[in-house]
Design a protein around this ligand. Structure first.
Ligand code: PMM
Length: 289
């Protein structure tokens, strides 16, 4: 497939860049593992999103529900209360925004508030209304591999061949979405690093990107600051804090972009913005001989 090509329906400033996109993360939650509690004030969150764009992000992903392992769910009203002012504020400031939600009701309200893409970590499994919402909105849709809510995912991290199983389960979601009216071209796929995955499962998936590309859709990779990076970088059994994993995240961004993924989802955008530019210059060098 064409490297870096994204799902149909993105605004023109996010297409044809010849490199992977950088998606900055803003979790408007008290308890996300990496940035929980930092962006609860909408004004501070909006300023942070604008700063991310200045640092090289192409779009900003706003979520209101923590998906950290073990997290319990919040009410839909609380999720709306958290994300809508931030989405509205960023959209009004000209920042392209995706909404990170598993709920159709939140997706629909986020679209009204200006979101241009839906990022659903459950791939439509958490809410039977999600596909219909996405189909009628006719916006790009990220379908992530998921095996259950945060309280269940550790028990479900069991695979014989993780790459085969993730590919098969993602294909099933992709086909279910199409049957429900979501256009094939509007979808991107994501192996869901850290979601019902043990450390080594994540490395197998990264090493197996070729097989994920065979699914024929643009790929998004979200490795930023995740536990498997902490485990890799541990010294004397102690993992560095999430924000001390950004250089490892940048390395993943460079390698993923070099392999042709469409988008990397990161907390610290400056390093990944440089990484994806290096990767595309390197690839372009290869085509010039
Ligand atoms: N990871 C998290 C949240 N949303 N969305 C996609 N598409 N892919 C991911 O890997 C992903 C996601 C969890 O990380 P966070 O708590 O740092 O946002």
């Amino acid at each position: 497939m064409e490297p870096f090509a994204g799902p149909a329906g993105l605004p023109t400033q996010l297409t044809g860049l010849g490199r992977a996109l950088v998606m900055g993360v803003i979790n408007v939650t008290p308890d996300s593992f990496s940035d929980g509690g930092r962006w609860l004030d909408p004004g501070i969150a909006v300023a942070h999103g604008i700063e991310m764009l200045r640092n090289g992000a192409d779009l900003v992903d706003v979520g209101g529900e923590s998906t950290r392992p073990g997290a319990t769910r919040i009410e839909v009203a609380e999720e709306l209360r958290r994300v809508l002012p931030v989405i509205r504020g960023l959209s009004n400031a000209g920042v392209p925004v995706s909404v990170d939600t598993m709920r159709a009701e939140v997706a629909a309200a986020a679209i009204d508030a200006g979101a241009i893409m839906i990022n659903d970590v459950s791939g439509g499994l958490a809410d039977p209304g999600m596909f219909a919402c996405v189909a009628s909105a006719q916006l790009p849709y990220v379908v992530m591999h998921w095996r259950g809510h945060s309280t269940q995912m550790a028990d479900r991290a069991k695979y014989v061949d993780v790459v085969d199983e993730v590919c098969a389960e993602l294909s099933e979601r992709f086909e279910a979405a199409q049957s429900a009216g979501v256009e094939m071209q509007r979808m991107a796929l994501d192996p869901g690093l850290g979601f019902a995955k043990e450390g080594d499962h994540n490395w197998s998936l990264l090493a197996g990107l070729d097989r994920l590309f065979e699914l024929g859709r643009p790929l998004l990779i979200g490795a930023s600051r995740k536990r498997f990076l902490g485990e890799l970088l541990s010294v004397d059994g102690r993992a560095p804090a999430p924000e001390e994993r950004d250089r490892a995240t940048d390395a993943i961004s460079a390698l993923a972009a070099w392999r042709g993924v469409w988008c990397v989802r990161v907390h610290d955008v400056a390093g990944s913005a440089q990484a994806v530019r290096v990767a595309s210059a390197w690839r372009a060098g290869g085509t010039r001989g």
